[in-house]
Design a protein. Sequence first.
Length: 321
Amino acid sequence: MPRSEINRSGEMEVFARVVELSGFSPAARALRMTPSAVSKLVARLEARLGVRLIVRSTRKFMLTEEGTTFHDRTLRVLADLDEAERAVAACQIPRGRLRVNTNVPFGRHFLLPLVPRFAAGHPGVQLDITLADAVVDLVDERADVAIRVGPLRSSQLVARKLGESRMAVVAAPSYLAARAAPAHPDELAKHDLVTFNFTRHSDSWPFAIDGKRGDFPARGRTTVGDGESARELALAGQGLTRLSLFHIADDISAGRLVPVLEAFNPGDVEEIHVVYVGHGGRLPARVRAFIDFLVAEIDLRRFARPLEPAPAESAREAASV
């Protein structure tokens, strides 16, 4: 019989139980087998090894010298198998360091508030979180998971979509009180803008006029390296900025920021994904648990809808605050 067809660990387990219980019949009962099946299995084992392992008669049951040697090694092998199974089972429990990278706005407004809940449900995981708007290489940075806002670059990473968010141009009421809100995208050149200085930033903002999309120059008086800084400066009255609704919806609802040029909003969205290295389809339990948690907990649907149009009176009142 070819070795690949032999259940060697099964033979060892039966043999060890026969020795432990000093007989075929008690071993058969413990293993839920018939005594003849146990006897035949041990006989096949002895035939394959070419030695007698057990001396048995109606009155005597004892191991031969070879049987004692084989029994000792059998116990060692079975113990190693048990340990291997326990180790693999332990890997299915989320544990270990989990390195997460996300941009600053999403990290501050969504990820960090969820950390206590994830940590409470996964006490074996140690979170290592980096907030930065620069796109990092997961392999180079040894990150397990990243949250990307905007178009995904072609890569070997696996992505799961968390949602999408519309964009909006906004300004603080204090700025609009000093400078009349632009009535048309052509008027952007007359305004102070807060834009971005990272390489993937475009120097134009898209608008839709008469159903046709066009890009309008948007060169900022102030440039920053992350969305949260742009938001803070807009709140301080530094000028107009263009950000995702997931980032500024609460500020708009509270009246801290006012949408402008919404009549020309082209309805473009930023997609938000959680990305990770696929590991050939096999993910560490800590990575899979974190990704499943994000997908279950984060709901971005309200940010994909257009803003409710505000009456002109309300916009003027907001600008006069």
